[in-house]
Design a binder for this molecule. Structure first.
Ligand code: NAP
Length: 323
């Protein structure tokens, strides 16, 4: 697999998101054995960046990764996140130094490792100055518990303030054919500062693959039932973009998932999509995006895809996103 550069951190240019192996996308159920096979196949195919978080489960997704990575830990760049679970008794995002100190030791233990390669703040904590958070993370770098610092769903002011305390390696936010708001101010700033970008939900939570044609297919326990883009009227509208993507993909001779990922890869060698799947066959399909070349005309048509209707998170979650 070709490589990408997140600041000074080199990774395979397609990563793997592990969240859906334990939570969120319940359609088809959860199967740890197939998830572990998927992680092994990913490593064999050159995927290095593997993404989890303390809050996924909570906790069990990190434990699953530890089981999968026995004997393979050194072949991957392990990324996890803190801050959506408070270890100081708050009921809001908590990135206070006291909470981070408990969080990091918990993640290290569950991941069965002595260091985390990339440690992200999951959401901005509006009650702790970002300088205090990054100051604590810088101490964890010095102590060798973490190697690189990341932020997730943050705005330009937070990025500048954080980067002034300690170099930030990557910002992880939602970016895909139907979530383009990173292109305005965030990506230019990251390029100015030399910070990499990790694109989460690059397949529009599975929607862009064309495999979900009706929201009635999703069980009530599936996270997407709470996501405005999957509500009835929005869902019907959004099928237009899935259809447009399907038509362009047929012309390219690749699957919609591959074209959605290749479009992101074409945006720059500092952008790493982390598609999530818990199935070997889909992992192999997604990794195939590494060899898909899109023409200038195809890229331009993809840029013009019908924009999505509906917010990319429910309102309560949008309040945690820093803009
Ligand atoms: N920083 C944050 O706040 C944040 C938020 C959300 C996610 N993330 C991270 O980003 C990762 C990826 O995002 P995501 O999982 O939300 O969304 P995604 O990658 O856009 O989509 C995942 C969904 O697509 C399906 N899928 C994957 N490949 C497919 C294919 N080739 N054909 C058909 N369906 C396919 C998966 O189903 P199966 O698993 O059944 O194959 C799953 O339901 C997560 O795993 C997580 O690590 C971070």
């Amino acid at each position: 697999m070709k490589q990408a550069q997140l600041a000074d951190l080199s990774v395979g240019r397609l990563g793997l998101g592990a969240m859906g192996m334990s939570v969120a996308y319940s359609v088809g159920g959860f199967d740890d054995a197939e998830s572990i096979r998927t992680i092994h196949r990913a490593v064999d195919l050159g995927v290095t960046l593997i993404d989890t978080a303390e809050v996924y489960g909570p906790f069990v997704n990190e434990e699953l990764l530890a089981r999968a990575l026995q004997g393979r830990r050194d072949q991957v760049v392990l990324a996890t996140k803190f801050g959506l679970i408070s270890h100081t008794g708050r009921n809001s995002p908590d990135s206070s130094p006291a909470s981070i100190r408990v969080a990091v030791d918990g993640s290290l233990k569950r991941l069965a490792t002595d260091h985390i390669d990339l440690y992200y703040q999951h959401r901005l904590d509006r009650d702790t100055p970002i300088e205090d958070t990054v100051g604590e993370l810088a101490e964890l770098v010095t102590a060798g518990k973490i190697r690189h610092i990341g932020l997730s769903e943050v705005g330009v002011h937070t990025i500048r303030r954080a980067h002034a305390v300690h170099p930030i390696t990557a910002v992880q936010s939602e970016y895909s054919l139907w979530t383009r708001d990173q292109e305005g101010e965030i990506l230019p700033l990251l390029r100015e500062l030399g910070i990499g970008f990790v694109a989460y939900s690059p397949l529009g939570r599975g929607f862009l693959t064309g495999s979900i044609r009706s929201n009635a297919e999703l069980p009530d326990s599936d996270y997407r039932k709470t996501n405005p883009r999957f509500f009835d009227e929005n869902f019907q509208h959004n099928l237009n973009s899935a259809d447009e993507l399907r038509d362009i993909s047929a012309e390219v001779g690749a699957t919609p998932a591959q074209v959605a990922l290749a479009w992101l890869l074409a945006k720059g060698r500092d952008i790493v999509p982390i598609p999530g799947t818990k199935r070997v066959a889909r992992l192999e399909e997604n990794v195939g995006a590494d060899t898909v070349e899109l023409t200038t005309d195809q890229l331009a048509r993809l840029d013009q895809l019908t924009p999505a209707a509906g917010g990319h998170h429910a309102e309560a979650q949008m309040a945690w996103i820093d803009r």
